[in-house]
Design a protein. Sequence first.
Length: 106
Amino acid sequence: MEDYGHFADRVVYMNIKPSKEMIETCRDFLLKLSSISWLSWKHNEKGVPAFHCTIVSKLPNGKFEEIWPFLIKHPFKFQCFFDNITIMRWDKDKWILHKCYPLNDK
């Protein structure tokens, strides 16, 4: 993980720089999911996802301008491990955990 990013002015996240293996695993997983006929996909959900870790979402108007300058003064960089695939689902107005699949260490 390294650097911050944001989706418009409503979501702030930490960037995840995926390994080649992580990209391949996610691509294979998504390919299998795409074969399930009853699953529907939005345009922005196709392809390899933007790997990130959300810090805050649903920021009220004006808060992004307050938070962003503070965050970028505090850079970070650390290693993390791809050890699970977690399925989130949208429920009314928020993402909730549907199921988490731990990945076995090979």
